[in-house]
Write a protein that binds this ligand. Structure first.
Ligand code: PEP
Ligand code: MN
Length: 335
């Protein structure tokens, strides 16, 4: 619920109203940017006596929020959120490219790719250590050994690192990871989301491959409801009847998320298409649609990659794409 206050409301009156609402069991949404105009309240609004609230002379109007997501809702938080990841920001006008291999394979692979993507302008480094593979016989990732290699690459390059978590019991291994990724298959693993709500580390929440935008925002709400409001959304393609591509990139999700939520949204054109030649055009299209960033898979030898080689760019292809990314960003910023 949002209470809009009269412009001449005094600080003391606002404090008294806030106290009353808290005593009625409401949480005041602090990030709503409370000022003399607006109080964002979360609680069981069905029990609120609106006439009673309106009778208070400082209240101009009361708006009920219909959507089930509150903390992720733009109505509670009109300004864009920028999430800080080890000093690098995503959102609120700050654009970043996350790049690196699908899976961490060897020290040489990780070091080489990390150095090359940094030189090409990536702001964050990715690499999977716990891999959610469709087949139990496929490469499952190097687990803690992989995280060690990722952290070595972080040290060598200074880039903040992103990697996927699959089980909350692994959280202690993620202490030095800067951004924790929840993959498409775990977007509705609510127990995992609740655990991530208890920490203050940023979370990259990928869209479930068969989930609606509202379901995705409700998953963000699970993390935020626990107190962790550092959530970045990632559109990575959804399942449709189309088989020419691995998934169908839902570019329309970007302006829709921007309308519904204040959270940053980035696009992963690698998993969305599954095909190397489509990564660049979809990356540029994502920028045109208003994405706050990109996540792109890069491998030093895609033909030999243990996972997702066909969609991985070589460092040279990534460098080429980054030049176009910069030009496209400049074009749309000056439009
Ligand atoms: C990944 O980014 O490595 C990954 C497995 O992505 P998704 O969860 O989108 O399939
Ligand atoms: Mn992958």
């Amino acid at each position: 619920m949002i209470i809009i206050l009269k412009s001449d409301a005094r600080k003391q009156q606002i404090e008294a109203l806030k106290e009353e609402m808290v005593s009625q069991g409401f949480a005041i949404h602090e990030s709503a940017g409370i000022n003399t105009q607006l109080l964002g309240l979360i609680g069981d609004t069905s029990k609120v006596d609106v006439d009673h609230v309106m009778a208070n002379d400082i209240v101009e109007t009361v708006q009920r929020i219909q959507e089930p997501y509150k903390k992720a809702n733009r109505k509670f938080h009109p300004n864009d959120t920028a999430v800080d990841i080890g000093g690098v920001k995503i959102g609120g006008g700050e654009f970043q490219v996350i790049a690196g291999p699908c899976s961490i394979e060897t020290k040489e692979q990780m070091t080489e790719v990390a150095q090359k993507v940094k030189e090409a302008g990536a702001g964050l480094l990715r690499g999977g250590a716990f891999k959610p593979r469709t087949s139990p016989y496929a490469f499952q990732g190097l687990h803690d050994e992989g995280l060690k290699l990722l952290l070595e690459a972080k040290k060598a390059t200074g880039l903040p690192v992103v990697t996927e978590i699959m089980d909350a019991s692994h959280l202690s291994l993620f202490e030095d990871v800067d951004l924790i990724q929840v993959g498409t298959r775990n977007m509705q693993n609510f127990e995992l989301l609740k655990e991530l709500g208890k920490i203050d580390k940023p979370v990259l929440l990928k869209r479930g491959m068969a989930c609606t935008i509202d379901e995705w925002l409700m998953s963000a709400e699970y993390i935020m409801a626990g107190g962790n409001e550092n959530v970045i959304l990632c559109e990575r393609g959804i399942r449709t009847y189309e088989t020419a591509v691995r998934n169908t990139l839902d570019l329309s999700a970007i302006p829709m998320i921007k309308k519904k939520s204040h959270l940053p949204v980035i696009v992963d054109p690698s998993h969305a298409t599954g095909i190397r030649f489509m990564v660049e055009p979809m990356a540029l299209a994502a920028i045109a649609a208003g994405a706050d960033g990109l996540m792109v898979e890069v491998h030093n030898n895609p033909a030999k990659a243990l996972c997702d080689g066909p969609q991985s760019l070589t460092p040279e292809e990534f460098d080429h794409m980054m030049q176009k990314v910069t030009k496209t960003r400049d074009f749309f910023q000056n439009l």
